[in-house]
Design a protein around this ligand. Structure first.
Ligand code: NAI
Ligand code: ISE
Length: 345
């Protein structure tokens, strides 16, 4: 199907390096042509031996490198707005890691800029929409098998948080995934959020409110609860149980081979998202490459990124000030009316 899609990757940290490897060795139809990171050594290391990649420490200059036809943004959240707007200025399609933009004002500026262009260019990296378990849950809910959805019970545990991870980031980085998954699974907007603060774990860094218990309300009366615990120490666990009027379904309990010996059964527990969601990231990036080469943009939209930022920001306000905080979205531009909520199609 024609020439390979030349991709510039901005940010060569954990996710950026993994996406560079994926574009180079896992997905078909694309090649990495430029990598930018202010930490040049990190970028060189992530590129490894891949031939013909221009390494740059100026992220925006990388967008103008020869052969760049699309951009994958894997820099920290606060850098996303500038990168997205620069990609839009150049008419380049983008896959942008979550959170699209942590603050809702900046997220809205991205939505407005894309709406002004009159065509979608951005797909947001909510990879759970490409996970086999989440897709099955979505199809059970959409097919009516569980009846009218009443509740989602979610668990989101990380072994440990990276340096610099703040209490707000449990909501606007970690729970941003549950916010998107809940909106997508239920096909409803979130209307209010309450964050409760259990006693912090002694395993959490000093001053970090970890775990947190987050409760969302939706426009048609469903409740979504999330236990988020990013220094649990024992494994990467992401679970979701949907409870409807006619049944329930739970995902995220899958294990590898179970070994039974000496009176006990044991199975491996993934230690991070790169393992737990490996297949989902592969599907997400392949789907982005395929759609981009056909001149299309699918998957979670800038509107989904914005809606997630608004809900997360309300959550951070509840975390910091206590109480229930309403979630109010701006008017949805017509651009997002039809396919703003679609997922791995
Ligand atoms: N979808 C998912 O499950 C996950 C998504 N993420 C998201 O991926 C993004 C990156 O996270 P990590 O890789 O964990 O962070 P990281 O800290 O490991 O790497 C970030 C890299 O970006 C570089 N950087 C800083 N400013 C930059 C700029 N303006 N332009 C280009 N590069 C810049 C840093 O030098 C660093 O090498 C974040 O948005 C994060 O929320 C992270 C983990 C999992
Ligand atoms: O997106 C991610 C990280 O940024 C976040 O910090 C983790 O809590 C999530 O599990 C991971 O999927």
């Amino acid at each position: 199907m024609g020439e390979l899609l030349g991709v510039a990757v901005l940010g060569a940290g954990h996710m950026g390096a993994d996406h560079i490897r994926r574009l180079d060795r896992v997905v078909s139809g694309a090649r990495v042509v430029a990598v930018a990171d202010p930490d040049r050594d990190r970028a060189e290391e992530a590129v490894g031996g891949i031939e013909g990649v221009l390494v740059n420490d100026d992220p925006l200059a990388a967008l103008d490198a020869p052969g760049v036809r699309a951009v994958l943004i894997a820099s920290p959240g606060p850098a996303h707005e500038e990168a997205l707007l620069a990609a839009f200025d150049r008419g380049l399609p983008v896959l942008c890691e979550k959170p699209m933009v942590p603050e809702s004002d900046g997220a809205l500026r991205v939505v407005e800029a894309e709406a002004r262009l009159g065509r979608r260019l951005a797909q947001i990296g909510f990879m759970r929409r490409y996970d086999a378990g989440y897709l099955e849950l979505k199809s059970l809910l959409d097919g009516g098998r569980l009846g009218r959805p009443l509740m989602l019970h979610c668990t989101h545990r990380n072994v440990s948080s990276p340096p610099g991870f703040t209490s707000a980031m449990l909501v606007n980085s970690s729970v941003s995934h549950e916010i998107d998954a809940a909106r997508w699974l239920l096909g409803q907007e979130l209307t209010a959020v309450t964050v409760l603060r259990p006693a912090s774990s002694s395993g959490a860094p000093e001053g970090l409110q970890d775990p947190q218990f987050v409760l969302f309300e939706t426009e048609r009366g469903a409740l979504v609860d999330v236990e988020v615990f990013v220094n649990c120490g024992f494994g990467y666990q992401v679970r979701c149980e949907a409870v409807g009027e006619a049944g329930s379904a739970r995902i995220g309990e899958e294990h590898g081979t179970v070994v039974t010996a000496r009176g006990a059964a044991s199975a491996p527990v993934p230690q991070d998202y790169l393992v737990r969601f490996a297949a989902a990231y592969d599907r997400e990036v392949q789907s982005w490459v395929d759609a981009t080469r056909r001149g299309r943009v699918t998957g979670p939209s800038a509107w989904d990124g914005y809606a997630s930022s608004v809900a997360a920001e309300a959550g951070v306000r509840s975390l910091e000030n206590g109480g229930r905080v309403g979630i109010t979205l701006a008017a949805r531009p017509a651009l997002y009316a039809e396919n703003g909520g679609d997922g791995a199609r």
